[in-house]
Write a protein that binds this ligand. Structure first.
Ligand code: GCV
Length: 860
């Protein structure tokens, strides 16, 4: 039986909120017009060549050397010249006439041999480059071939930003040797915590036949100086180490190689036993050491430039050395020794904690685990082991203090692990530019003293912080999880991949500069586009944080499920240790040395003193460090409870505002990009209301403290579905209760149901929004009718993460400027699909005039 859906009678101003995004979303996502080979920031849009090269465009590119990296550099210059300058240069191995302008590519050695004693060749480090003019020669000099490629991309960046290159003179050296991404891809093509479709590398249990996307990805990585990529999940599939799979994986290394990206693998410590057939995987057993040596040799036979391995062990169900009473250093070293003669490294993850903690134990604390487990091993790791440490002590939350372990390993190589994929930070459906958050960690002074020289985290991970035998290299690892849907699915999220690479190269760059660079490279140099995109990106962390997790409490997301929507109590009373310790008296983890878990004592003394004292602990980290009553007054002067209410309302309003800011770019950015971003910002504006209401209502109930200005629980324009006249629909409780308005929804167990109300307000133009649930599976259909005429219909065909009604699957549909008269019936009709029972939460009807005709005011 089909629904008697009528043709819509009114469709105005739908672009941002109504049907059009849905229609566009279908075409945009369905046909992926940008394609997974989307050039992203390497789109090489036309620039004014007379500004860039006032003396004329160099017409020849001379490769002094040979090999794939120099060839890539030359090819890239051709692409850049073609796109940005609309000229096709000649590629040559010998310079032309001295009077012609030419680009010359070479290592310092090659340049010296080309013009003995004539050019100021410098001693450049690996991967470093210099750009300078010598007469008519624009020289790209590299410390090695990879440096030439990095220098080439830097030159192209200058051109894309339309800078004059008349007096170009630049030298740049990467901050640290390790600049890797980790991809959590599984052989079956899924990606753990990936939000942009399937893997670039694997499908159906094998390496993809077509690796062109992997090649395009390597080019992107190389353009921002990333030199390594771990292609499989840290929860490693052990079978990848089998010979037949290694042979296939070598094909991925082949497409990475022309861009200087070394392939690496995540490995499981039990491999010697599971695939090697040994009786043990004890890292101290000689046969285990021998197995690793043979296996590593086999890998290098297939992949001569293999970068090394990443190890997750004794963590979240992965086995590890503790099974034999051995340590992380025992485990890391046995693999590191096998890699050493090939120049490979071990990235051993510091993410080791007990996920069966006793929540009743007020001294138990997951945040302590990294330091407790690894600090005693300082100095025991071989020099080709690098301990890979997440920026915060918990797990990629929207705000965390920097991990104290970073200062706890002075005799060990360290890398900081950042997360580009937005696991706890909105899964690319919410806008969040992560660079400012990463900068906060990198700039944290771990000595934190007025008298001693600063010891920022960025220095600790450079490999140069202290001169000791085992502290010689370090770096940056970004968990990217790119997929086949335009890398990160959300066009604006690509600023994070770009920003990760730029920060890993130079953590001194500021977040504004990186955002602006990315914007100019991606969208061109239009000042309105730059201003708007930069504003959106730079405000986004603050906005997301303010409607999710306040005052350092954690993200308040559903930690037992999708890590996406609100799920406040999921943090409590279980072994995962992400406790917020909220009860009717107060909130926050007491991590002080004086009365709490003692975590704060893991920091160097001056920083510890700052956090230990309520007088000096920053508001932003208050609830991470202290347990306080809801009436506690912050440095801002607000009480904790009032601050929670205010920030959540401000955050939801700011999220709504993003929609109209982006609207100003219609026609100024490619249509498909415009529509995709609009769809996501519009979704975010609705989701921010769900978050706002869940968090404020939950804390109001828990604390008994009412919002001083009466907003919480008071929604004058809202009509609960369960209070409407229901035909077929039945009211159900939603769990957790705070993720549905009134704690209830209605569901339909018949082929078709309806919910109806009669408008008791005055005649006028109204914006109507329908809050409903859209599960991962099923495409329920909905229709909205006013006075008997259908005005809107839609299908719940998004793939929000979850199979139940909750804050992750709650979403909304908005229809603007509908004429409604007093006494009109307003009817919602739902037709279920499978387990998705056309679930409805509530209806909001707001006078259009009250908010200037644009539905963006989150206060409803
Ligand atoms: C790959 C978090 C994520 C897991 C991830 C883990 C890790 O717990 O939710 O999906 O596992 O971190 O970093 O190892």
């Amino acid at each position: 039986m089909s629904l008697p859906f009528l043709r819509p009678v009114q469709r105005t101003l739908l672009y941002a909120f109504g049907a059009l995004p849905l229609i566009l979303a279908q075409t945009v996502l369905g046909s992926t017009p940008l394609g997974a080979g989307d050039p992203a920031w390497l789109s090489y849009k036309p620039v004014e060549s007379a500004i860039v090269f006032p003396g004329g465009i160099p017409d020849t590119v001379v490769e002094l050397g040979s090999g794939v990296l120099q060839d890539s550099a030359a090819r890239e210059i051709s692409a850049g010249w073609r796109g940005m300058l609309q000229h096709e240069p000649r590629l040559a191995h010998e310079e032309g006439n001295d009077s012609e302008r030419q680009v010359v590519l070479g290592t310092s050695t090659q340049i010296e041999a080309w013009r003995p004693h004539q050019l100021p060749t410098a001693s450049l480090a690996h991967d470093a480059y210099k750009l300078y003019w010598n007469k008519n020669f624009l020289v790209i000099e590299g410390g090695d071939d990879r440096g030439i490629l990095y220098g080439t991309f830097a030159l192209l960046r200058e051109i894309a930003e339309q800078h004059s290159l008349m007096t170009l003179s630049q030298k740049s050296t990467p901050w640290a040797a390790i600049r890797w991404t980790n991809e959590w891809d599984n052989p079956n093509g899924t990606i753990e915590r990936g939000y942009a479709g399937p893997s670039l590398f694997f499908e159906d249990g094998r390496v993809r036949a077509d690796l062109s996307r992997a090649a395009a990805y390597a080019r992107l990585l190389s353009s921002v100086g990333i030199d390594g990529c771990t292609i499989n999940n840290v929860n490693a599939d052990i079978n990848l180490l089998r010979p037949e799979n290694l042979h296939e994986i070598a094909r991925i290394a082949d497409v990475f190689r022309p861009y200087g990206v070394r392939l690496s693998l995540s490995v499981d410590m039990s491999s010697p036993q599971v695939i090697g057939g040994l009786k043990t995987f004890d890292p101290l057993a000689p046969q285990v050491a021998e197995w690793w040596k043979t296996k590593v040799d086999e890998i290098y036979d297939e992949i001569p430039d293999f970068g090394g391995v990443v190890i997750k062990a004794d963590s979240e169900g992965r086995v590890g050395p503790s099974k034999y009473g051995r340590t992380a250093s025992d485990a890391a070293n046995v693999v590191a020794r096998a890699l050493k003669r090939h120049g490979g490294v071990v990235l051993y993850r510091g993410f080791v904690y007990n996920n069966h903690l006793d929540w009743r134990d007020m001294k138990a604390d997951r945040a302590r685990a990294g330091y407790d487990n690894f600090h005693p091993l300082d100095g025991k790791f071989d020099d080709n082991v690098i301990v890979q440490i997440k920026y915060g002590p918990i797990d990629f939350q929207v705000r965390e203090p920097v991990s104290p372990l970073l200062a706890g390993l002075p005799h060990t190589n360290e890398a900081i692990e950042l997360q580009i994929t937005q696991e706890y930070t909105g899964q690319q459906r919410h806008l969040m530019y992560l660079v400012p958050m990463w900068k906060k960690s990198l700039d944290t002074d771990m000595r934190a003293s007025a008298v001693a020289a600063p010891l920022p985290v960025k220095l600790l991970v450079s490999g140069r912080a202290t001169a000791t035998e085992h502290h010689t290299q370090g770096g940056f690892v970004g968990v990217a999880n790119v997929g086949t849907e335009e890398w990160l699915a959300n066009p604006l999220a690509l600023a994070n991949l770009y920003g990760f690479g730029r920060l890993a190269w130079d953590p001194g760059l500021d977040a504004e500069t990186i955002s602006d660079e990315w914007t100019r490279l991606t969208f061109g140099n239009d000042s309105q586009v730059r201003t708007t995109v930069n504003k959106l990106e730079l405000n986004s962390w603050h906005i997301y944080e303010s409607y999710t997790g306040p005052l350092g409490i954690g993200t308040l997301t559903d930690i037992l499920g999708s890590h996406f929507g609100p799920g406040i109590e999921s943090a409590e009373r279980n072994g995962w240790g992400q406790w917020i310790r909220a009860d009717e008296r107060g909130v926050g983890m007491d991590r002080t040395v004086a009365t709490g878990t003692g975590y704060i004592g893991q920091y160097p003394a001056p920083l510890a003193a700052t956090y230990e004292s309520l007088a000096t602990c920053p508001d932003q980290l208050l609830l991470f460090m202290h347990h306080v009553p809801y009436t506690y007054r912050l440095h801002s002067g607000l009480t904790v409870m009032q601050s929670i209410d205010n920030t959540h309302y401000e955050g939801a309003n700011a999220a709504a505002q993003q929609v109209s800011e982006w609207e100003a770019l219609r026609g100024k950015v490619p249509d498909a990009t415009f529509a995709e971003v609009m769809k996501r910002l519009t979704y975010q504006a609705g989701a921010a209301i769900v978050w706002r209401d869940a968090v404020t209502r939950w804390f109001t109930r828990e604390s008994g403290v009412q919002d001083a200005i009466g907003r919480v629980g008071n929604y004058p324009n809202r009509i609960e579905a369960e209070s409407m006249t229901l035909t077929g629909y039945k009211a159900v409780d939603v769990t957790p209760w705070e993720t549905a308005s009134g704690g209830k929804a209605v569901v339909c167990n018949l082929p078709e149901c309806s919910a109806e109300t009669t408008w008791t307000g005055s005649d006028g133009w109204y914006d109507v929004s329908v809050q409903y649930f859209d599960l991962m599976q099923g495409h329920s259909e909905f229709a909205l009718a006013v006075a008997g005429h259908q005005v809107d219909r839609w299908s719940a065909d998004d793939t929000l993460p979850g199979a139940t009604l909750n804050g992750s699957t709650s979403t909304r549909r908005v229809f603007n400027r509908v004429a409604i008269h007093h006494g009109d019936s307003i009817q919602l009709t739902g037709r279920p699909d499978g387990e998705e029972k056309a679930p409805l939460d509530y209806l909001t009807i707001m006078p259009t005039a009250a908010h200037a005709g644009v539905f963006m005011n989150a206060v409803q």
